[in-house]
Every structure is written in C-alpha cells, then in structure tokens.
Design a protein around this ligand. Structure first.
Ligand SMILES: [Zn+2]
Length: 187
C-alpha cells in the first residue's frame, strides 16, 4: 500500500526533520511548502483524475527553525521527540518536529535542567496550559513514566524513527540520515 509508506521530511537546509505520512507530504508539496527530492521508486498515487509520483524524500522550501528558544541543541531536541514518538506527553496528540515544542517538566525558572530526562515533547496548547507549573501542580500527568525518560539520546530522532520504521532500509534515505556517519568515516 503506497499510502501507508513514510516520507522523509527535510528542512530547507537538508537536515532531516522526521517521517511523515504520504497524505501530509502531498499536501505540503501541493501547497508549495515543500519540493520533491526523491521519488519512491516507480510507485504512484492514483485517483480518478490524476496520477502523482509517490514521494520518498521532500524538502521544505522555507527553512524552519526547529531549535526554538528552549534548546540550542538540535540533536537533543530531535532525540527527545523521537523518544516520545512525536507525541505530546500530556494529551497524546501527534505532531511533527515543527509542531511540537520541548517542555521542561520541572520548569527552568524553578531549577529544571535542559537535559533529556527533564524534557518532553508537548503540543503548543499543553505547553502553554502547563506554564510555569510542575505536572502535579498543573494536574497534567505525563503519559510516560518520567523514569523511563532518562536513557541516553546519542542518535538523532530521525535515525531512530527510521530504524523503527518498516521502511527502514529505504536506500534513498541514507544520504540524508547518515551524513554524519559518512563524514566521520571519511575523516
Ligand atoms: Zn498536548
């Protein structure tokens, strides 16, 4: 089924942002927000009125600053989102890397650290609602047990997501996902 396959979304800088579904990828391309970079082989999407080549990699036209103000480390941010499976840890809503925010579970203003074990993915609404409170004070329990949040985040989000994806061996993704590895190997 073509429609269930994933598409690798790249920032305008070619930095991988995440995996998205085909329908969302097509919408981005149609809106002019993204361009096709790699096709999914010969696969096509058919409707009664058109045949559209299935995308495998798309790239945003306009660079999106996914780092935000909370974290300057793109890999930490990406890693937390991957760990949380791109779900808001308060309401469970799914989002892409540029829809989600990083929430400090213990607010920064109260000494909470900017580290993986004190960060979680949160949608903008939940982040705003929680504000400067702990999850207990805000009565917004975390979906994941916070103690499960403390493992290391050495690889980027997309690498992990791609590893867990049934599409993990898509050869056309490699040059975007494993840039760092390739560079290290050559050095
Ligand atoms: Zn939420």
């Amino acid at each position: 089924m073509v429609l269930t396959r994933k598409v690798l979304l790249l920032n305008a800088s070619y930095e991988p942002l995440g995996l998205i579904g085909i329908p969302r990828a097509i919408r981005l391309v149609w809106k002019g927000a993204a361009e096709m970079i790699e096709l999914d082989g010969d696969r096509v999407l058919r409707s009664p009125r058109f045949v559209f080549p299935a995308p495998s990699v798309i790239r945003l036209i306009v660079y999106i600053d996914v780092r935000g103000r909370q974290s300057r480390s793109p890999s930490l941010r990406a890693g937390v989102f991957a760990r949380d499976r791109y779900r808001c840890q308060y309401c469970g809503g799914k989002g892409t890397a540029f829809e989600l925010t990083l929430d400090h579970i213990m607010p920064r203003s109260r000494g909470g650290r900017t580290a993986a074990e004190n960060l979680c993915a949160a949608c903008k609404d939940c982040n705003q609602r929680k504000g400067n409170r702990t999850p207990e004070e805000a009565r917004m329990p975390l979906l994941s047990n916070p103690s499960a949040l403390s493992y290391g985040l050495e690889k980027t989000a997309v690498y992990r997501a791609a590893e867990g994806s049934p599409d993990s061996s898509r050869p056309e993704w490699r040059k975007y996902l494993f840039l760092e590895d390739a560079e290290t190997g050559a050095a």
